[in-house]
Design a protein around this ligand. Structure first.
Ligand SMILES: NC(=O)c1ccc[n+]([C@@H]2O[C@H](COP(=O)([O-])OP(=O)(O)OC[C@H]3O[C@@H](n4cnc5c(N)ncnc54)[C@H](O)[C@@H]3O)[C@@H](O)[C@H]2O)c1
Length: 333
């Protein structure tokens, strides 16, 4: 098994990043490792003591040069070239979605402990199922990077909701921009995690198509016992990603992509006897969204070392993709 014991006695997994674009290394390229936000896989592996970043892969010479300059480890122009020279046990797969399946199948021709695959897991539900089966056959952990499932604020919110802090959630709104597949899918996945499985789906308005490829419908989706309306905003004006959920005992506000989470509980109205209202002050749930990718690495590490549950895998991500496909099919009439 290709793991190294480090001096501290902590297991350290050699890790590689395949696809050195925005989520691979780009978003936080100008941030020094360990000095601020952790928004990319390269930074996460470089800053988490349980991983040793050993290589990158990208056909682009410019991306390879940037990677080698910042991280001081080699970058290769293909998966095969990497496999000839280094032997990672964990790989973050960050190539364009259309190439996920082909790249995963190539990677799994060699033994791997885990692949951390970007979302959406695949271009189609059928491919997602094939990838999940392929990883299972290869005895390789397949984590899919719906990063909110690993973020401490979301986990605290899930716990608080389970304890009944807002009563029974019955209705909600998601504002999203920049495409249903690319962005609203994050909230389909998050709400499956928080509220339960998807039931009825109703198209309200087919909307426009972002960048000519990704529809932006307004749609109602039932998660467990909660009806949630997804409404598309205009990315060219500003990016928008927030969720509001109303329950029998309170209100949840998930704001700014997840940088802030607030909960307000029901209290007696001091001015109107017999009426109930939301508390004036909101309970702030502590979040660490700007280091989401570090938390994904941490959960993967805990899973590999201690066998703790993995909250987003091939199965859960395939189900999310299936829901997204149902919505997208409705937009085609
Ligand atoms: N989790 C998130 O919030 C999030 C955010 C952004 C992107 N993504 C996902 O990450 C993936 C990549 O998106 P991106 O925005 O970083 O794209 P990108 O275009 O910025 O980067 C993709 C990189 O992959 C490289 N590449 C293409 N084929 C390759 C191959 N066979 N082997 C190695 N490298 C290859 C390209 O040269 C490019 O540098 C997509 O699946 C996308 O949906 C997820």
């Amino acid at each position: 098994m290709s793991v190294n014991e480090v001096a501290a006695g902590r297991i350290c997994f050699p890790a590689a990043v395949v696809g050195l674009g925005r989520i691979g290394q780009g978003y936080d390229y100008d941030v020094s490792v360990g000095a601020g936000p952790v928004l990319t896989h390269a930074n996460a592996f470089a800053s988490h003591s349980g991983f040793d970043l050993v290589a990158g892969v990208d056909p682009s010479a410019a991306e390879r040069a940037r990677f080698e300059l910042k991280f001081g480890v080699p970058a290769f122009d293909s998966i095969e070239a990497m496999q000839r020279h280094v032997n990672p046990s964990v790989v973050a797969l960050c190539v364009p979605t259309a190439n996920h399946m082909e790249a995963l199948e190539l990677l799994l021709q060699k033994p791997l402990r885990a692949v951390l695959c970007e979302k959406p897991i695949a271009a189609t539900y059928a491919e997602a199922k094939r990838m999940t089966a392929c990883a299972k056959r290869a005895d390789c952990v397949l984590l899919v990077n719906y990063m909110r499932r690993f973020e401490p604020g979301v986990l605290a919110l899930k716990q608080a909701l389970a304890e009944g802090c807002c009563g029974d959630l019955y209705k909600g709104v998601v504002w999203y921009s920049k495409g249903f597949l690319n962005n609203a899918s994050h909230f389909v996945d998050l709400l499956r995690f928080l509220l339960g499985e998807v039931g009825e789906i109703e198209l309200i308005h087919a909307g426009r198509v972002w960048a000519g490829v990704d529809p932006e419908p307004d749609v109602r989706i039932r998660f467990g016992d909660c009806d949630v309306h997804f409404l598309a905003a205009r990315e060219e004006c500003f990016s928008l990603a927030c969720v509001e959920l109303v329950g029998t005992g309170g209100f949840v506000h998930y704001l700014d992509s997840g940088e802030r989470i607030e909960m307000r509980q029901v209290v007696p109205d001091p001015d109107y006897p017999g009426y109930l209202k939301l508390s004036d002050t909101a309970r702030q749930v502590a979040t660490d969204f700007r280091r989401y990718q570090w938390w994904v690495a941490e959960h993967l590490y805990r899973h590999l070392v201690d066998g703790t549950a993995l909250y987003s895998d091939g199965e859960t991500a395939s189900q999310t993709l299936e829901t997204v496909e149902r919505v997208l099919n409705l937009t085609k009439g």
